[in-house]
Design a protein around this ligand. Structure first.
Ligand code: CAA
Length: 286
């Protein structure tokens, strides 16, 4: 039984992308944010991304209009009552996510409804235990930019039911057209456990004066054919998100390769968060 009524909690970089792909696939999507400013920014981000797809001739004007019509923006989780899948995509803060799962567990009344998290690194079990039905809680981890990236990591906790996983797998592949990889419930899952040490190494290399930001990125783009260098990628992901994921990994494994370098920490303190703030390792026109 595929999901038809989707909820997305959080309309930042990831939440807006998740809402966009679900609405583009013809699903009725409710997007919740905590303030009307955040909702307006999220809606504008989705419109901009759809406009880009139209200009690239990947979407027609009519399809863009019907995608926007599938989206409803609300400022309360109470509106999630009739949803059969809710994807949480708020900032990487365990306490905030746990509180949202508690509220969703009370708000969503559809039997068997799945509560999913787009967390990059927080153990799914911690979120599942905040709900009345931990067997219906799962990690569904998308990649940025969501409309472009072809992967979803599916993360089961020790208590997630096979039915929950199978429904998410069918939705991710059959409806959203993504390739699914499965991961155990360990901080960072598969991709970030590999990616974050690479990004942190690039930051340490720059911090130590070993090479410039431009040269580090050019090295990986031109020398290894990566679509973007590690510092530009950190700017795309967001330095705050990179920091939060590194902290979760370090907390879980206590391995030095996951320890955030001081430069990353100081840049987060300074609000130099990457593309979203206009400046990170590079400067962006917003
Ligand atoms: N909707 C639909 N299609 C879009 C689009 C949108 N909003 N935006 C771009 N596209 C399409 C373009 O039309 C283009 O398609 P073609 O190749 O068919 O022409 C393609 O996407 C690439 O777009 P552009 O040519 O405009 O841009 P680019 O070549 O500079 O690529 C990029 C941009 C896709 C971001 C590329 O640099 C890239 O893949 N970077 C790496 C991204 C990455 O690694 N993401 C993962 C981050 S980790 C993460 O997200 C998880 C986490 O937990 C931290």
């Amino acid at each position: 039984m595929s999901f038809s009524k989707i909820g997305v909690v959080g309309c930042g970089l990831m939440g807006s992308g998740i809402a966009e792909v679900c609405a583009k696939a013809g699903r009725d999507v409710i997007v919740a944010e905590s303030s009307s400013e955040a909702l307006q920014a999220g809606a504008a981000r989705i419109e901009k991304s759809l406009g880009r797809a139209v200009r690239a001739e990947k979407l027609t004007e009519d399809e863009m209009a019907s995608t926007m019509a599938n989206l409803t923006f609300v400022d309360s989780l109470g509106a999630m009552e009739d949803r059969d899948l809710v994807v949480e995509a708020v900032l990487e803060d365990e306490a905030v996510k746990v509180a949202i799962f508690e509220q969703l567990s009370d708000a969503v009344s559809v039997p068997g409804a799945v509560l999913a998290s787009n967390t990059s690194s927080i153990p799914i079990m911690k979120l599942a235990m905040a709900t009345a039905n931990p067997q219906q809680v799962v990690g569904v981890h998308f990649f940025n930019p969501v409309p472009v990236m072809g992967l979803i990591e599916l993360v089961s906790s020790l208590l997630t039911s096979d039915e929950t996983v199978q429904r998410c797998r069918d939705f991710a592949t059959g409806v959203l057209g993504k390739r699914v990889i499965d991961s155990q419930d360990r901080a960072g899952f598969v991709v970030n456990a590999l990616l974050i040490p690479y990004l942190l190494s690039a930051i340490r290399m720059m911090e130590s004066g070993f090479a410039s930001a431009e040269d580090i990125d050019a090295g990986m783009v031109l020398g290894c054919n990566h679509p973007m260098g590690p510092l530009a990628l950190t700017d795309l992901i967001g330095l705050d998100t990179t920091m939060a994921v590194a902290e979760s990994l370090y907390e879980e494994f206590k391995e030095q390769l996951y320890a955030p370098p001081p430069l990353l920490s100081r840049m987060c303190d300074a609000g130099l968060l990457g593309r979203k703030s206009g400046r990170g390792f590079f400067v962006y026109n917003r």
